[in-house]
Write a new protein. Sequence first.
Length: 411
Amino acid sequence: MTMQNQNATMLDALCGSSVRVSILDRLSSVDLCTFNSPEYAVFPGFCDVHVHFREPGFSYKETIFSGSLAAAHGGYTAVCTMPNLDPVPDTKAHLKEQLDLIKQDGLIHIYPYGSITMSSKGEALSEMKAMAQQVIGFTDDGKGVQRDDMMRAAMKQAKQLNKLIVAHCEVNDLLNGGYIHDGDYARENHHRGICSESEWKQVERDLALVRETGCAYHVCHISTKESVELIRKAKAQGLNVTCETAPHYLLMDDSYLQEDGRYKMNPPLRDRSDREALIAGIQDGTIDMIATDHAPHSEEEKSKGLDGSSFGIVGLETAFPLLYTYLVKENIISLEKLLQLLVTNPRKRFRIPMTTDFSIWDMRQSYLIDPEEFQSQGKSTPFAGWKVWGKCMATVCDGKLVWLEKVRNSK
């Protein structure tokens, strides 16, 4: 089967023949004749439900423009932006500041979250009703909602508004000043650890509240085997719950840690047994989607080692090549499964339209990940120097060319 026939078959399976015909027709109509070859793969625009674009408030880390350009470079045409901003989008007026920037500078489809609580402090509900029509869901990402009564009230409100509660699960009382996983590396190198229970205990609490309220609920960036099992059981019981994990939790564990801030993220890289449970979770459908948790920081903020650096790494520009190379090419999952995790599942759960946006990939190209080639202002990644296959040559969003790779003559 030629690559063109494979493209058509895969697009049919993912999004239906009518969308597939539109994508392929649009491909022939835009000025991308360089890639009019059966050797290139065409994929529907990827969708990431968990990114940080840092505007308004922290444009020295990332902007709407640089973040959306990084997304386009990675084949993404739809993203959902987290609310840890200044001002936090907790009122309609505060949300408008972000929406104006998105309208002005966004290159792709950008769907903001509203916060669950005012200033994401967990003390009073945000103006959820006023923001509902303009946000993709509600989250206090970066912080767990600590009070049971506050999360219960948020879930009841979200259910009335027909919106998702998207939870960063973390029990503050169990953190104990930790900053990497409470495992062998932490003990051997005298670091303060974050226990797994700090994540799964709040997942457990939230699932009990979902049973009580009937809220539609999504768990951010799960990293522990206990979280996987709790969500697997909840789904079996018919609860309206989905979850995501990130590429770094699938491809790394705490044995990969080095004394470098680019290995510091929240939740942290866990034990090998956790990584194996996450892989099993994407294989059996417990984990619905893969999100990058793209979280850029300045070079200074990431240069203070494991203890002093800020939590977070970038991921939009490396996600597909890494997952294709180390999951698909290693026969851990199929390419069709990967595209479900990156395209159809997130769009379906978050009710993001399946558009005719697409990206074009040269799957024959291998290269070493080089942060200096990133379009993001953030350069911190634990995957620097990893060999990957697949380079995004072009991305088209709403009929506009939003990324075009410089074509290098290999002869």
